[in-house]
Design a protein around this ligand. Structure first.
Ligand code: PRP
Ligand code: URA
Length: 223
């Protein structure tokens, strides 16, 4: 699989964007290292999230405005009425919110609480709070890990039930397994996935290989 721009996964072209920028790949390597402690891990997740949001907002439209510089009046461009919601999947998705808010400070933040059942690996919902006008917003679902894809697919289904059209949903992850990408695009082929890497596979516990271990535990220092 290429790490250059968009790739094709079993017929879904242009729906997976791998961020191949050298700074991103360098930071991702630091993140993977088992000796990276929670403080640096959090900083890296935040930085990578900002890079990803930069790519995931590339389609936003601009409109011309008149601006007066210290030299003269000119026509320049501003964002054309895009309202954004960031929706972290708890817990680990929380680590990505701050970096994206630095890029899109007016964004609203909704929360979807899901955890994977340790036996079945199926997502279990335990919390949800979204902005009232979520159906009018561009939605960035964020979670560092896309493993089986069960959690992301559940979050996407949830947002669609709240009225968000799937072509306004973007999923931002740091590492994806091929299985997870397939699940998400099978769930909804109109969702675009942004990731810094597509890893090899899942292990017997549905952890991503080589991955980075348990993202939530590494962000919050719980193990
Ligand atoms: C992790 C991760 C994703 C999910 C990915 O969360 O942050 O939400 O697993 O796995 P999937 O693609 O197989 O669904 P976890 O359930 O460990 O909860 P946590 O963030 O609270 O640690
Ligand atoms: N959740 C994680 O935090 N890491 C994985 O590798 C898979 C699911």
């Amino acid at each position: 699989m290429t790490v250059n721009g968009t790739i094709e996964i079993q017929g879904y072209s242009k729906r997976v964007v791998v961020i191949d920028h050298p700074m991103v790949q360098h930071k991702l390597t630091l993140l993977r290292n088992k000796d990276t402690g929670p403080k640096q891990f959090r900083e890296l997740i935040k930085e990578l999230a900002m890079f990803e949001a930069y790519e995931a907002t590339r389609h936003f439209q601009l409109e011309p405005v008149t601006v007066t510089t210290p030299i003269c009046e000119t026509v320049a461009y501003t964002l054309k009425g895009r309202k954004v919601a960031i929706v972290p999947i708890l817990r680990a998705g929380l680590g990505m919110v701050e970096g994206i808010l630095e890029l899109v400070p007016a964004a609203r933040v909704g929360h979807v609480g899901l955890y994977r059942d340790p036996e079945t690996h199926e997502p279990v919902e335990y919390y949800c709070k979204l902005p009232d006008d979520i159906d009018t917003r561009e939605v960035l679902i964020v979670d560092p890990m896309l493993a089986t894809g069960g959690s992301a697919a559940a979050a996407i289904d949830f947002l669609k039930k709240e009225g968000v059209p799937s072509n306004r949903i973007r999923l931002l992850v740091v590492i994806a397994a091929p299985e997870g990408i397939q699940t998400v695009l099978d769930t909804d082929p109109d969702v675009t996935v942004f990731t810094c890497a597509i890893d090899e596979c899942l292990d017997e516990n549905a952890y991503i290989v080589p991955g980075l271990g348990d993202a939530g535990d590494r962000i919050f220092g719980t193990r």
